[in-house]
Write a protein that binds this ligand. Structure first.
Ligand code: AHR
Length: 354
């Protein structure tokens, strides 16, 4: 190679490096697997940027998998996944990155409800439709999103309250019928309830708290003696429950707004020398219904789990396809959830995938 060619080659090399460092610089948490080389993307595929809020729970893992398994190239999609690690500021950066890359659709599972208007206005101005999943956003401008796919968190909270009403009634009847008059703790007037709340200002925390409170307010003898956030994690759930146990010596019921916090709380209860669940000192109501929660219901450690269904991927892909075809889609679509009790856990879990 002569000197001139060598210089040309060197210039080309330097140019390529400069280009790759100023464009499409990967953010730390974004998987660019399918997006490193724009030419590699089949132009027929629908490119979706998905900002997941984090990986805090078994439920979240199942939700991520469901969406990743639905938005695959065989179904006509190319997915860019970003993990917000429980921080809205990360999610906002991820959404801006999607806008910059001119994706076709943006899917967001928002960690908290408020503070989305600015970035969603940017997406709308760029002509990119947004689908909100799992949790909701708080905005007065419905034109900022095309559709919502999730579960009804307020209804989930109400289901927890309705289950407790029925449970207490059953226990009371059993105690009234008992010949020696010996009853359980629920014969006493007051029912002391502690709540482990999820991430504050998230739809799951707001909806489940309000739904449960809407039932609790009808019962003068239900005392909600503490409510604090365990941030939907096992470690924080354990820490807050241990604190409750140090502060109160007569906790009758724990309402834990997700299974992971429940797993931590059970450890704290056992370490405090108490029992829980069916026939235990503390009745446990949980939310989600992941596989480990079924194990614990089978062991009698959890009384009931209010299901929040994470399998939302197929519905999301269907909605995007319909939007792509110019069809009208419902503004809000909810996936149904059931109530699973310890007594039937071994049967109810059959066929479940997470
Ligand atoms: O928003 C859904 C909730 O988020 C699930 O109950 C919980 O496990 C997750 O962290």
């Amino acid at each position: 190679m002569n000197k001139k060619n060598k210089i040309l080659l060197l210039l080309l090399f330097v140019g390529l490096i400069a280009l790759s460092s100023c464009s499409l610089k990967p953010l730390k948490n974004i998987q660019y697997k399918e997006f490193e080389n724009m030419e590699d993307i089949d132009s027929d595929l629908i490119i979706v940027g998905f900002s997941q809020l984090g990986s805090e729970s078994d439920w979240r893992t199942a939700n991520t998998k469901s969406i990743q398994n639905a938005l695959i190239s065989e179904n006509g999609f190319s997915l860019i996944f970003a993990n917000g690690r429980q921080k809205q500021e990360n999610q906002i950066k991820d959404v801006r990155s999607f806008i910059f890359q001119e994706v076709d659709y943006i899917v967001i599972a928002p960690v908290t409800e408020t503070g989305w208007d600015t970035v969603l206005t940017e997406a709308r101005d760029a002509g990119i439709p947004v689908v909100i999943v799992d949790r909701m956003i708080d905005t007065e401008d419905e034109s900022l999103y095309a559709a919502v796919v999730g579960t009804d968190k307020h209804a989930e909270g109400m289901k927890a309250g309705i289950w407790l009403e029925k449970h207490l009634e059953k226990v009371k009847q059993a105690s009234d019928a008992s010949p020696d008059g010996s009853g359980t703790e629920y014969v006493e007037e007051d029912v002391n309830i502690v709540i482990l709340e999820g991430t504050i200002n998230s739809t799951a925390q707001i909806g489940r708290s309000q739904g449960f409170d809407d039932i609790a307010k009808n019962h003068e003898n239900w005392n909600i003696i503490a409510r604090e956030s365990g941030d939907f994690t096992k470690a924080k759930g354990k820490e807050v429950m241990a604190k409750y146990l140090r502060e109160f010596d007569d906790i009758d019921v724990l309402v834990s707004q997700n299974d992971d916090m429940t797993f931590g709380a059970i450890e704290a209860i056992q370490e405090a020398g108490l029992t829980c669940g069916v026939n235990g000192d503390i009745t446990i109501i949980s939310f989600d219904a992941v596989s480990r929660a079924f194990d614990m219901m089978e062991e009698g450690l959890i009384n009931v789990v209010i299901e929040c269904n994470p399998l939302q991927g197929d519905l999301i892909s269907e909605i995007i396809e319909r939007l792509e075809n110019g069809e009208e889609v419902p503004k809000i679509s909810y996936v149904d959830g059931k109530v699973f009790e310890a007594e039937n856990a071994s049967i109810d879990r059959i066929g479940r995938s997470y």
